[in-house]
Design a protein. Sequence first.
Length: 392
Amino acid sequence: MIKVVFVSNYFNHHQSSFSDAMFRRADTDYHFIETVPMEAERKNMGWSAENRPPYVLPAYESDAVRERCGKILLEADIAIMGDAPDAWVAPRHRAGKFVFRYSERFYKNGCPKWQIPLRFVKNYFRFNRFRNDYMLCASAFTAADAAVTRSYVGKSYRWGYFPEAKRYELSALFARKRSNPVVTILWAGRHLDWKHPDYAVAAAEYLKARQLPFTLRLIGTGEMEDELRAMIREKGLSDCVEMPGAMTPAEVRAHMEGADIFLFTSDRREGWGAVLNESMNSACAVVASHAIGSVPFLIRDGENGFIYRDGDVSQLSEIVAGLVRDRDLRERVGKAAYESIIGEWNAEIAAERLVALYEDLSANGSSTLFRDGPCSPAPMIQDGWYHNDRDS
């Protein structure tokens, strides 16, 4: 029996599928430790589970629960350390036990060169000096960011978020999409400047100028909401752009299932972006910024989605226009996207591979068991325009 524990700030729908998959394994004893209560804002967005699964332990509830959590953490074979204080991992380091850090990119806002020596020293004492400390990269840019201070070099593996991977009858799903009166384009997320919902509005303006029939739906709320509504009015897009407000994760998924195209326009501050997994799983033709953490891992440009250079609204608009014009292309790409999630990037495969990775690392100190997908060695991807085949 392999003992596995996942420690993070709080349990939410992003970890539930992976946790369920681990908990269901006959050879695994699994627990998830919450270190703090969830914020009210996240609860209002539908992030909290109505019924806490039996494997979730809220360490903050009492000293007795915290003591039990500490014992479970120290006894576990595999410890996945997410957003949790270093005090939680220190006992495992002292005992020489395996630790899998779970992190998005280190430097979402960049790292000034003058800070590197200080960060090098800090990271050495935090994790570099421990032989059994490895990185599960919840961003394609984590490995390169870590390497700035020589951290986790040769010890970083592809990972991510693994929301529920639904299985569909694709003919029925595409029939639903074809029933739309016009091509339906979806954008979903908080209306924040770094998520750039305004890029979706700009693409809508491009489409309307070319008399292409479509509906753009912007789901969510946030600080840019009034600005977006004003843009839509000023550009004369009120007849083709909708802003239905905030929705639960389940409601967003239902809209993805009916959408033809999904736009993911965030910049480098988007650590992973689980909406990419979900929209691909829903067989949408996705058009995504190259700077998003999940994009280099999940999208093969032109095959199971499209990648545009972050900030290049013209390129984004041209790709979307091509998809609006070509239903066969939309469906070919959407089918490949669905197969990527069902065939590789899902919680069940991640759970199975993590156990195999641990066993291989225990025996050999490094692992190349998997060539791609979860638990394969993470490449060093810089956040410049890494995919420029279309420009050559």
